[in-house]
Ligand binder design. Structure first.
Ligand code: MLC
Ligand code: AMP
Length: 500
């Protein structure tokens, strides 16, 4: 027996003594040190009662310690659940109640807010602050450096990542050992990641992109990872010269292009720039090539499926497309209603099947059944078309979703919060074009008859209830919302009207 994910990412790592993770202001960590610390944390998790299949939830700053926690959770047979550090108390409470983690790791300053709900679901709290310090580290330091890795089967769960949905209720995507491992192996091979690579890691670690696409692939290859807590243009520019790989959302690239220091000379040691999580404009791709000589490689994926398509490493990286299905992934474009395959070049629903596709939504068998065809294809909710030579272009989304700087915002969730305010009769939340974030969240409001618009009050309430990136950046007050004959709010009308 074995633990396929842990064995491949950590135990079999060929780069034992050289530096693996480096973070400004901290000593670099070699793989040997990393796996010793992982053993200690795994022992601690077990001491706190972790059984195979139990969840370990974390809402803490991006530090090496949290990556150690991730590896330790996998090693101890647990299921890793990472939460956006910006989520507010009520948002976190929902995830804790739904996932019932055995252990919850959070910043010490959040303990007071969350200890009640944690105890209701019988979660033990450990802490880690912005420097990785807290009870997680101090207690782990007292544990043995030897741990017998817990056996797991390829189909056992390794992670639970929440994605919001059109109903406003977040769903936990159950990701197995093999979902994560197969995708990491495929990407490592396709993008030719090796132990000579130096990855600039500036993405958050609570999403597929930063946690799995970037980290799993780098760990599998034994590459070095430069950990930057968040996107910081100066730190990225400073590191570009001595790095080979960058993975980012399109905002990374538009921000880099806006900086005069981005030149061909600065990027001459870089091997690959990868973009994903949101559409990369053709202009961004082309301008980047003009400035640096590099063709950004755009790929496409989602939490439920890991990565689905990628532009090639060798061969044409075609602007405005997300490339071709990965080697072990089956993809087709279908009629959204019937599921029948569309003719080449026609727009339809993107459906996916393969070892990358998740096992279903946590505690939501009915929702899971709705999103899979009987043939095992997962219905992504993204609309696309294929070129005659097999490149996929994403042309829209059937789901009512805004992608702001790579973060997904489902309007329904924000509308539900705004509708709680008694000055608001109705709210419609939608996205408009934004040069920095791709799309920006805004809201059209119809006020209650006798009420005046009190923006400050709305902002304070939204700030209490919703992570910052979900909060509308603008509000438009209307007499009524545009509706079609079925009574459905016409968000396209709103987008057209307010885009300028
Ligand atoms: C930050 N803010 C955002 C925001 N990020 N608002 C809307 N959308 C966002 N994405 C808020 C901040 O809280 C701040 O609020 C204000 O906007 C300005 O912040 P900033 O300093 O300019 O933003 P910054 O911290 O630099 O972050 C921008 C960013 C970041 C784009 C670098 O959002 C980011 O790293 N995004 C990556 C998301 C990601 O990893 N997605 C992958 C999902 S997985 P104020 O008002 O307090 O100042 C997936 C699958 C796949 O999609 O295929 O990969
Ligand atoms: P998430 O649920 O956070 O994993 O986001 C997944 C969604 O991001 C997908 O369903 C797509 O709508 C979008 N997405 C990911 N990569 C791309 C890309 N390269 N181009 C356009 N949209 C993308």
């Amino acid at each position: 027996m074995a633990n396929p994910l842990y064995d491949n990412l950590i135990s079999k790592n060929s780069n034992k003594n050289t530096c693996f993770l480096e973070q400004s202001g901290k000593a670099a960590v070699s793989f040997c040190q990393f796996s010793e610390s992982t053993n200690q944390v795994a022992n601690l998790l077990v001491k706190y009662g972790l059984q195979p299949g139990d969840r370990v939830a974390v809402q803490a700053a991006k530090t090496i310690e949290i990556i150690i926690l991730y590896a330790a959770t996998i090693q101890a047979g647990g299921v890793f659940l990472s939460l956006n550090t910006d989520y507010k108390k009520d948002e976190v409470a929902y995830f804790l109640k739904d996932a019932k983690p055995r252990i919850f790791v959070c910043d010490p300053y959040k303990v007071e807010d969350l200890k009640k709900v944690a105890s209701q679901v019988d979660s033990k709290i450990l802490t880690a602050d912005a420097h990785g310090k807290g009870s997680l580290l101090s207690e782990a330091n007292l544990m043995s450096k030897i741990f017998n890795t817990v056996d797991r089967k390829p189909d056992d769960l390794a992670a639970l990542l929440y994605t919001s949905g059109t109903t406003g209720r977040s769903k936990g995507a159950m990701l197995t050992q093999n979902n994560l491992l197969s995708n990491a192996k495929t990407l490592k091979k396709l993008w030719q990641v090796t132990k000579s690579d130096i990855l600039i890691h500036a993405l958050p670690i609570f999403h597929t992109h930063g946690l799995f696409v970037a980290l799993n692939t780098a760990m599998l290859a034994g590459a070095k990872v430069n950990f930057i807590p968040k996107f910081d243009i100066d730190e990225i520019i400073e590191r570009l010269h001595a790095s080979t790989l960058l993975m980012g959302v399109p905002t990374f690239y538009t921000r880099l292009l806006a900086d005069y220091r981005l030149t061909e000379e600065l990027t001459k040691n870089m091997r690959l720039f990868i973009s994903g999580s949101a559409p990369l404009l053709s202009e961004t791709h082309e301008e980047f090539t003009k400035r640096t000589g590099h063709h950004i490689l755009e790929r496409y994926g989602m939490t439920e499926t890991n990565m689905i398509t990628s532009n090639p490493y060798h061969g044409e990286r075609r602007p405005g497309t997300v490339g071709k299905p990965l080697a072990d992934v089956q993809m087709k474009i279908t009629d959204p209603e019937t599921g029948t395959e569309m003719a080449e070049g026609e727009i339809g629903m993107i459906e996916v099947r393969g070892p990358n596709v998740f096992k279903g939504y946590w505690n939501m068998p009915d929702k899971t059944a709705l999103e899979f065809r009987k043939t095992g294809y997962f219905i992504t909710g993204d609309l696309g078309k294929l070129s005659s030579d097999g490149y996929l272009s994403i042309v829209g989304r059937e789901k009512d979703l805004i992608i702001s700087g790579g973060y997904n915002v489902y309007p329904k969730e924000v509308e539900d919060i705004l509708n709680e305010l008694n000055q608001i009769d109705e709210a419609a939340v939608f996205g408009i074009q934004d040069n920095d974030l791709g799309e920006r969240v805004v809201a059209a409001l119809v006020l209650e008859n006798d009420k005046n618009f009190n923006r400050r009050k709305i902002e304070v309430f939204a700030n209490e209830k919703l992570a910052r990136y979900k909060q509308p950046k603008e509000y438009f007050v209307l007499d009524s919302l545009p509706r079609n004959s079925m009574g459905k709010v016409q968000k396209n009308e709103l987008r057209k009207r307010f885009s300028s």
